[in-house]
Ligand binder design. Structure first.
Ligand SMILES: C[S@@+](CC[C@H](N)C(=O)[O-])C[C@H]1O[C@@H](n2cnc3c(N)ncnc32)[C@H](O)[C@@H]1O
Length: 218
């Protein structure tokens, strides 16, 4: 059973309990590095309950656009309920599969937080391409995902097995390892950060301005 269909509040509570809020603090730290500016158009791919907006809005100074796409209605409901638009701040949350997306205007910044790694099979490559296609030239991207860090202690190995079981069965995390290599094909790396205690990494990058065909085969 995917936790995403059970309700946004349940997803948030369980995730907070499992990580003691540290994933949330990691995201705050990352957004500072991303350098979101007032007036930016922000794409939040797989926006869930709107974590992206919560983190970037303090940096936008009441100006800009948030475009969230999300496939699970119970997650998106909460994002919509929490949005507070104003004349200079537009929210556009869409219930849809994130593929075949065409924003009216390309985004300045894209977020995909713990989303590409939950896509089945090879779809993460398509997800990366989707983000690339909806970003402006030179646009910035911030992706977070899970990985399985090396462990040296018995306790570390047990903890990792339990976390992997929960992530696979409740969050549909696939640990396929293809997200990062695909990101590196479509985006120049600005920084990659690893947090082994959260089994999470973050990729900060800038859109490569090469033809799509060249990126696909690079
Ligand atoms: C682990 S949650 C992360 C949610 C949010 N980004 C956050 O940081 O809290 C992954 C989200 O990706 C969404 N998702 C999965 N596949 C999707 C797809 N094909 N298109 C859009 N959203 C998708 C799920 O429904 C879920 O809300």
């Amino acid at each position: 059973m995917r936790i995403y269909h059970l309700g946004g509040r349940l997803f948030e509570s369980v995730t907070h309990l499992l990580t003691w809020g540290r994933v949330d603090r990691f995201k705050s730290e990352l957004v500072e590095k991303l350098g979101v500016r007032p007036g930016d158009r922000v794409l939040d791919w797989g926006c869930g309950t709107g974590a992206g907006a919560r983190k970037v809005l303090p940096l936008m100074n009441g100006r800009g656009e948030i475009h969230g796409v999300e496939i699970a209605p119970n997650m998106l409901k909460l994002a919509v309920a929490r949005s507070q638009p104003s004349p200079d701040l537009k929210f556009s949350y869409t219930l849809r599969n994130g593929f075949d997306l065409t924003l009216a205007e390309p985004a300045d910044v894209a977020l995909a937080w713990h989303t590409l790694g939950v896509l089945p099979g090879d779809l993460s490559a398509r997800g990366v391409e989707e983000i690339w296609m909806n970003l402006r030239s030179g646009g910035r991207v911030l992706v977070t995902d899970m990985y399985l860090p090396e462990t040296k202690t018995r306790w570390g190995a047990i903890r990792k097995s339990v976390a992997r079981f929960v992530a696979r069965n409740f969050y549909h995390q696939n640990f396929g390892g293809s997200v990062l290599p695909n990101l590196e094909r479509y985006f120049e790396t600005v920084e990659i950060l690893h947090r082994p205690n959260l089994m999470a990494y973050a990729f900060l990058g800038r859109r490569r301005d090469e033809p799509l065909e060249a990126l696909r085969t690079s």
